[in-house]
Design a protein around this ligand. Structure first.
Ligand code: KG4
Ligand code: ZN
Length: 340
């Protein structure tokens, strides 16, 4: 079955064609317009999606060597995200579905991130844990069955990707912060300074990143600009250690508590080299299996939306032309159950 996926929830316009688990194309246009502002400007994002959506879908079809009539269904992100940005994709997908008389499937962006794992690991089967870490979310979930999630914990304040982006801004490293901090941290000494790990003593599986961000800001105030420059890589490494170690610790503890043998990571921060290696190292200690999506499926992309849409379609879900976009959209609703 061939699914056309469309993703416009933030600052990437993306379209993809998948044939079951096989990605035939995955075209992503990142919006450079936001770089000068150090963060995403919602109105500019919407306008860029309007300009890009038609050429990007055309390119995805061309690369996949598929015509619109070969497409069996259209999957589109309808939340959570920037409302104006989401509406561009949702309305375009609705128009296509109506014109082609093909099924339309609204996909939760977070479900897309979770299902990105199946593009790389088609053999993966629930139950498994997923650590979902992105610019907007930090969640630890138990996928009990396909499309059925149990929330074990989440951030009580900032998302981890947001912390990377804010710390990068404090250090003058530009936006987005994750990739550059990741790279610099590889050459730094993580023991140079110890930053606090949020909710480390807390028994819950929740996270917190606002304290870490403030600790970095306060530490920087105690240094001269020459010292900051000299120790930039060390500061990145120390921040990254505090930010990531707690994710790994709580994920491993959850796997043992709930007796789940399979661990996956997803979302933009899943591209982080230290998170990937540290999770693999700790999982091996406890003989747990770890599944990690390929880099190109970690950050926002439409292949993951198409894959999650295919799962929903197989389970009998389909949207009608009243499908709307939502800035906040609970994952798996009405299938999400809360732990405890
Ligand atoms: O999933 P994503 O593309 O968009 C959202 O749904 O938020 O995630 C973007 C986030 C940004 O905060 C970015 O700084 C972070 O993912 N990120 C990384 C890395 N690559 C992207 N964070 C840490 N290390 C990376 N290598
Ligand atoms: Zn995302």
């Amino acid at each position: 079955m061939k699914i056309l996926g469309i993703e416009t929830s933030c600052d990437e316009t993306s379209a993809a064609v998948i044939a079951d688990n096989r990605v035939l194309s995955n075209v992503i246009a990142s919006q450079a317009v936001h770089l000068q502002f150090g963060g995403v400007v919602p109105e500019l994002a919407s306008r860029a999606h309007v300009r890009k959506i038609v050429p990007i879908v055309k390119e995805a079809l061309k690369e996949a060597r598929v015509s619109l009539t070969d497409v069996d269904a259209i999957a589109v992100t309808h939340g959570p995200g920037l409302i104006g940005a989401l509406l561009v994709g949702v309305n375009y997908a609705k128009g296509l579905a109506m014109a082609l008389k093909k099924p339309l499937i609204g996909v939760n962006h977070l479900e897309g991130h979770i299902y990105s794992n199946f593009l790389t690991h088609p053999e993966l089967e629930p139950p498994f844990l997923v650590l979902l870490v992105s610019g907007g979310h930090t969640m630890l979930l138990l996928v009990e069955a396909h499309l059925k999630y149990r929330l074990l914990g989440q951030t009580r304040d900032d998302a981890i990707g947001e912390a990377y982006d804010k710390v990068a801004k404090l250090l003058g490293l530009g936006y987005p912060g994750g990739p550059v901090i990741d790279k610099r941290a590889q050459q730094g000494n993580p023991e140079y300074v110890t930053f606090p790990k949020g909710l480390a003593q807390d028994e819950s599986f929740d996270f917190s990143y606002s304290g870490l961000k403030t600790a970095v800001a306060n530490f920087l105030k105690s240094l001269s600009s020459r010292e900051i420059e000299h120790h930039m890589n060390d500061i990145c490494a120390a921040f990254q250690k505090a930010a990531v170690d707690i994710l790994v610790e709580k994920t491993i503890r959850a796997a043992r508590t709930f007796q789940i043998r399979r661990i996956t990571i997803a979302g933009g921060v899943a591209a982080n080299s230290y998170l990937r290696s540290e999770m693999a190292r700790r999982a091996a200690e406890y003989h747990l299996d770890i599944f990690v999506p390929e880099f190109q499926y970690c950050t926002d992309n439409a292949a993951m939306i198409a894959r999650a849409g295919w799962q929903r379609l197989q389970a009998g879900f389909q949207s009608d032309l009243y499908l709307n976009a939502f800035a906040t959209l609970p994952l798996g609703e009405p299938l999400l159950t809360h732990a405890g």
